[in-house]
Design a protein around this ligand. Structure first.
Ligand SMILES: Nc1nc2c(ncn2[C@@H]2O[C@H](COP(=O)(O)O[C@H]3[C@@H](O)[C@H](n4cnc5c(=O)[nH]c(N)nc54)O[C@@H]3COP(=O)(O)O)[C@@H](O)[C@H]2O)c(=O)[nH]1
Length: 594
C-alpha cells in the first residue's frame, strides 16, 4: 500500500515547466539588459524594427529550450516509474518466498510433532501395523480365491459356449469347428469323412402329449445312447431341438457310414423308459460324404440335412445318402410348407369320400373322408404330399378341426337332402387325439353341425392307441359315451395289446391293406387276415378290409365272413357330389363277376 502511494505520488508529482533547475538557467542566453554600453550605442544606429525581431527570435529559442527540458523531465519520471514497478515486483517475490518458507517451516514442525507423537505411542502403533498386516494377508487370500473362482467360471463359460446345456454334447459351434478341422485333415490325407444329420421322428408329438420335461429326459437318454453307439473318435453333437449331428472323421468308405447309421437306428429302437412311459423312438438320418457331397462344413451339413428330410418323406425310421436331385425336392417341400400356412385361409382343402361296402349286399354302409389339397400351382395333392409336413409344423391341429367340421357338415347335408344315413369316418392324428381341446372340439362340432354322433366314426392307428394307454382309455370312453364310433386303422401293423383291445370301447377293426394286397399270393397274409376277422368276431367288433383291389381278394374276404370292404375294387375316393349320386342310385358296388 505504502509502495503504491509512493508510486502514485511519483506519477502525480510532475513540476511546472517554468520550474527550471540552476543548470538549465545557466544555459539560457543573456537578456538585452546585460549587453555592453558601446554596442548599445552602436545598435542605436539600427532601426527599432531590427531590435524587435531579435527579441522575438530569442524568445522562441527560450521556449524551445524549455520544451526540451520538459521532455527530459518526463523521460526521467518514466525511468523513475519503471524503477518503482521493478521494486514493486521484487517486493512481491520476496513476500512469496517468505510465505513459502513459512509453510515449509510449519510442515517441518508438524512432522516433528507427529514423529514425537508416534514415538510416544510405539507399542500401539506396532499392534496397529500387525493388525493391518493380518488384514492384508486375508485380503490377498480372498483375492486369490476370487481369481480362482473367476477362472473356474471362465472355464465353465467356455464349456457352455461349446456344449449343449441339456445333453452336455458338443453344440453346433464346436461341431463346426471340429468339422472344419476334420475337412482339412481329410483334404491333406486325401480321405473321405461322413456327416450324419439325425432328427427324431415326431418328437413334437411327445413334447405336446407328454410335456417338455419328458421330452428333455428323452433327449438326454438319446444322447447317452448315441454316444455308446459310435466310436470315440466320432463327434456326436446336438444342434438344438431334436436334431443331432454325427461327425465321422477319416472314413474308409461310405459303407462304413452306412453301417454306423444302421447301428444307430437299431440302438435307438429299444424303448426309452422315461417317467413311467416306454417311449418308442425312431430317427430319420441324412448322410453327406466329403468331398463328393460338399467341400466345406456348411455345404456338408446342408446336404446331410436335406437327405434327412428325404428320409422322413420316405417313411421315417431310415437313412438316406445325399443325392443331387434332392436339392430340387427339398426346395419343393419347403415351398409346400410355406404355402400350407395359407391353404386353410384360402380354403384350398377339400374332402373326398371313399365308400365302405357291406361285403354281402354291396351296399354303401359308410364313407371315409380323405383330405385333398387343391394347390394353386401343383394341382390336386394327396395327403402323402403334405400331411407329414403339417404334422411336423403343427398345422395338423387346425387342419384336423377343419376336416371334422367339413365331414359332419357334408354328411348332415346328404341326410337333409333325403339320402340314406351312412357312417362317416374321419382320420385322427396322434397330435389331435392328445390335444387338450380334442373332446371339447368334437362336442362343439357335433352341436354346431347338428350331426348325429352315432354316425360319426373316429379312425385311430394302433400306435396312437397304445401310447399312454390310461389316458387313451379315458378319451376313448368319453368319445364312446358321446355315442361316437371308434375304429382301429391299419390294424396288424402296430403293437396292439390284446388286453387293451378288450378294455377299449372299439367298434371296428380295419385290416391294413398291406395284408389284403398279398392275400392270394402270400399264405401268411391270408392267415393274418383270417385271424383278425376271427378276433373281431370274438370281441364283437366289425371287421373291414382295406385296399381291396381284386375280385379274388373280395371273394376270399367274403368266404372268411369279413363284414365290410373298402378299396378301388368297389370305388375310389370321390368328390361329395359323385358319392351323393351313388347313394341316390342305391344298389350294390360289387362289380359283376367275370
Ligand atoms: N390325419 C388325417 N389323415 C388323413 C386324412 N385324409 C387322409 N389321411 C391319411 O393319409 C393317408 C393317405 O391317404 P390317401 O392318399 O387318401 O389314401 C387313402 C386311399 O386313397 C387309399 N386307398 C383306398 N383304397 C385303396 C386301394 O384299393 N389300393 C390302394 N393302394 N390304396 C387305397 O388308402 C388311403 C386310406 O387309408 P386308410 O386311412 O388307412 O384307410 C392315409 O393314411 C390316410 O389315413 C385326414 O383328413 N386326416
Amino acid at each position: 500500500m505504502a509502495r503504491n502511494k509512493s508510486r502514485d505520488a511519483a506519477k502525480l508529482g510532475g513540476k511546472p515547466s517554468s520550474d527550471l533547475t540552476q543548470q538549465q538557467k545557466k544555459n539560457i542566453p543573456a537578456s538585452r539588459d546585460s549587453g555592453p554600453r558601446d554596442s548599445e550605442s552602436a545598435d542605436r544606429k539600427h532601426s527599432v524594427g531590427d531590435d524587435e525581431a531579435a527579441m522575438l527570435s530569442r524568445k522562441k529559442l527560450v521556449t524551445a529550450r524549455e520544451k526540451t527540458v520538459d521532455a527530459r523531465e518526463s523521460a526521467s519520471k518514466a525511468r523513475e516509474n519503471t524503477v518503482l514497478v521493478r521494486e514493486d515486483a521484487a517486493q512481491t517475490r520476496e513476500e512469496e518466498t517468505n510465505s513459502r518458507e513459512d509453510i515449509a517451516a510449519k510442515r517441518e514442525d508438524a512432522m516433528q510433532s507427529t514423529q514425537t507423537e508416534l514415538q510416544l505411542k510405539s507399542p500401539e502403533h506396532t499392534a496397529m501395523l500387525q493388525e493391518a498386516n493380518t488384514r492384508l494377508v486375508v485380503a490377498t487370500l480372498a483375492a486369490q480365491r476370487q481369481t480362482e473362482q473367476i477362472e473356474k467360471v471362465r472355464v465353465e463359460l467356455q464349456h457352455l459356449a461349446h456344449h449343449d446345456a441339456l445333453t452336455n454334447l458338443p453344440n453346433r459351434v464346436l461341431l463346426r469347428d471340429r468339422l472344419s478341422q476334420a475337412i482339412e485333415a481329410a483334404h491333406r490325407q486325401g480321405q473321405q469323412l461322413g456327416v450324419m444329420f439325425m432328427d427324431i421322428d415326431r418328437f413334437k408329438k411327445i413334447n405336446d402329449s407328454l410335456g417338455h420335461a419328458v421330452g428333455d429326459q428323452l433327449l438326454q437318454s438319446l444322447a447317452k445312447r448315441l454316444l455308446t453307439s459310435v466310436r470315440g473318435s466320432d463327434t456326436v453333437s446336438r444342434q438344438g431341438g431334436d436334431e443331432f449331428v454325427l461327425l465321422l472323421p477319416l472314413i474308409e468308405s461310405p459303407d462304413g457310414v452306412e453301417l454306423s447309421a444302421k447301428k444307430i437306428l437299431t440302438a435307438l429302437a429299444h424303448p426309452h423308459n422315461i417317467a413311467g412311459h416306454a417311449l418308442h423312438i425312431t430317427f430319420s438320418i441324412g448322410i453327406a460324404i466329403y468331398p463328393d457331397d460338399g467341400e466345406d462344413a456348411e455345404t456338408l451339413l446342408k446336404h446331410a440335412d436335406m437327405a434327412m428330410f428325404y428320409a422322413k418323406e420316405s417313411g421315417r425310421n431310415n437313412y438316406k445318402f445325399f443325392e443331387q436331385e434332392m436339392i430340387g425336392r427339398a426346395v419343393e417341400l419347403q415351398s409346400i410348407e410355406a404355402s400350407l400356412h395359407l391353404a386353410l385361409e384360402r380354403n384350398e382343402f377339400l374332402l373326398h369320400y371313399q365308400p365302405k361296402i357291406d361285403l354281402h349286399s354291396g351296399a354303401i354302409v359308410g364313407v371315409e373322408a380323405l383330405i385333398r389339397w387343391q394347390h394353386p400351382q401343383r394341382g390336386l395333392l394327396l395327403p402323402g404330399h403334405f400331411m407329414s409336413i403339417a404334422e411336423d409344423c403343427g398345422l395338423i391341429l387346425p387342419i384336423g378341426r377343419w376336416v371334422l367340421r367339413e365331414a359332419c357338415l357334408q354328411a348332415a347335408a346328404w341326410m337333409n337332402s333325403g339320402l340314406p344315413a351312412i357312417i362317416v369316418a374321419v382320420n385322427t392324428s396322434a397330435l389331435e387325439f392328445r390335444s387338450e381341446e380334442f373332446l371339447e372340439h368334437i362336442r362343439a362340432t357335433l352341436k354346431t353341425t347338428g350331426f348325429d354322433p352315432h354316425l360319426l366314426e373316429i379312425e385311430l392307428t394302433e400306435s396312437v392307441l397304445m401310447r399312454d394307454v390310461e389316458s387313451t382309455n379315458s378319451v376313448l370312453h368319453s368319445l364312446s359315451d358321446m355315442g361316437i364310433r371308434l375304429a382301429i386303422d391299419d390294424f396288424g401293423t402296430g403293437y396292439s395289446s390284446l388286453s387293451y383291445l378288450r378294455r377299449f370301447p372299439i367298434n371296428t377293426l380295419k385290416i391294413d391293406q398291406c395284408f389284403v394286397n398279398q392275400l392270394n399270393a402270400n399264405p401268411d397274409d391270408a392267415t393274418i387276415v383270417q385271424a383278425v376277422i376271427s378276433l373281431g368276431k370274438s370281441l364283437h367288433q366289425r371287421v373291414i378290409a382295406e385296399g381291396v383291389e381284386t375280385q379274388e381278394q373280395y371273394e376270399f374276404l367274403l368266404a372268411k365272413n369279413c363284414d365290410e370292404g373298402q378299396g378301388y375294387y368297389f370305388g375310389f375316393p370321390m368328390a361329395p357330389q359323385s358319392l351323393a349320386a351313388l347313394l341316390k342310385a342305391g344298389g350294390s358296388l360289387i362289380p359283376a363277376s367275370d
